[in-house]
Write a protein that binds this ligand. Structure first.
Ligand SMILES: Nc1ncnc2c1ncn2[C@@H]1O[C@H](COP(=O)(O)OP(=O)(O)OP(=O)(O)O)[C@@H](O)[C@H]1O
Length: 345
């Protein structure tokens, strides 16, 4: 359940340079030395450069980027599997970078849970025993841990499979176990590193739906790494796009698709199914004076694709977009929706 005391994750001025004597080069990088220059001059690798992200509690923060852009390096700083060269990583107000070994161990066990691309299930343990694993490590009494695990096994759709072993399950089912195991920890932070990238497209969509449905209730602070923009746009309350260790755009799915920060992002966005991402709020026309609603309305936040379904059946040319209280705030027609589906040249 959402923890009201937990105020999310804040990454501040984070730099990671891989290689010996890395600290000596932070100033040079701050002063503009590029990844290529650092490598040529010092043989070091710039993993992350000046990362600043606020990840609010209860939201899904997606980190998106191509291979080598720094996604894994960034997520591994959150539970300090990697030490930064400079910067702060505040989780629930506490700087992970400053924790001593005991504090860090407690933090990892109780504040974070991970879901991995390759599932990381123990092959000799069945579904139930894999799911209770984290609770066992925490020293939770067996009867309680089994109750908790059974609940999550059911919630991820695996009821009846408790006694199966990983090699008896499909990839999608194994990842459901990975998710049940992570959720059993009841940690406020869920770290998902390319968690769905090994799954077939349809199973992957299923797992995205499972996560979105669960998140309505669990409201964890989820950091989700992906190299797939469609997945990022579907899952992310906030999306940060990395290239060469730097964030080149942060925003909502609407920000990224409607206002790509540069040509690099615009190239990704061109392949996106705009009808499934862009919401009517972004394309509606202002209300005209004296407009009479004809009964058919579309709620703000509706995607263009869903709005087209409604308008295709509507008797009138213009229909109203309504706010949360049902008040009209704008107008839509099919022509306006159709032109928004096509990417501008
Ligand atoms: N331990 C390391 N030593 C040296 N360089 C590293 C190390 N780990 C990562 N790097 C480098 O840091 C950069 C970022 O790598 P990272 O693995 O974080 O990227 P990524 O976006 O997660 O890529 P992928 O999608 O392939 O996992 C790359 O240039 C990589 O080669």
């Amino acid at each position: 359940m959402a923890n009201p005391a937990f105020d999310g994750i804040r990454v501040r001025n984070l730099y990671k340079i891989f290689g010996p004597n890395a600290h000596a080069y932070v100033e040079a990088v701050k002063n503009g030395m590029t990844k290529a220059e650092l490598n040529a001059k010092a043989g070091l690798i710039l993993g992350l450069k000046n990362i600043n992200i606020d990840m609010p509690a209860g939201c899904i923060q997606v980190i998106m980027g191509l291979s080598g852009s720094g996604k894994s390096t960034l997520i591994r700083h959150i539970n300090r599997l990697i030490d930064p060269t400079a910067g702060e990583v505040l989780v629930g107000g506490e700087d992970v970078v400053k924790m001593n070994p005991t504090g860090l161990r407690t933090f990892r066990r109780h504040q974070t849970a991970m879901v991995f691309q390759k599932f990381a299930l123990l092959p000799h343990r069945n579904v139930l025993d894999n799911t209770v694993y984290g609770l066992e490590v925490q020293g939770v009494p067996k009867s309680k841990s089994i109750d908790v695990a059974m609940n999550w096994i059911e919630r991820v759709g695996l009821k009846g499979f408790e006694k199966k072993y990983p090699n008896q399950l499909s990839g999608g089912m194994q990842q459901r176990v990975g998710l049940a195991r992570a959720l059993s920890n009841d940690a406020p932070v869920l770290l998902m590193d390319e968690a769905y990238s090994a799954l077939d497209p349809l199973i992957r969509m299923d797992m995205q739906t499972v996560l979105l449905d669960l998140q309505k209730e669990i409201k964890k602070t989820i950091v989700f790494i992906t190299h797939d923009l469609d997945e990022a746009l579907r899952l992310g309350d906030q999306i940060a796009i990395l290239r060469d260790g730097e964030i080149i755009q942060q925003g909502t799915s609407q920000d990224i698709v409607l206002r790509p920060a540069d040509e690099y992002i615009a190239n990704f966005v061109r392949e996106v199914n705009r009808g499934r991402v862009i919401q009517v709020d972004a394309v509606m026309a202002p209300l005209t004076p004296g407009f009479q609603a004809n009964g058919t309305t579309v709620a703000c936040g509706t995607t263009i694709e869903d709005a087209i379904r409604v308008l295709a059946m509507a008797p009138a040319v213009d229909v109203a977009v309504t706010d949360e209280s049902g008040q009209p705030i704008g107008l839509l027609n099919l022509q306006r929706l159709a032109s928004a589906v096509v990417a501008p040249h």
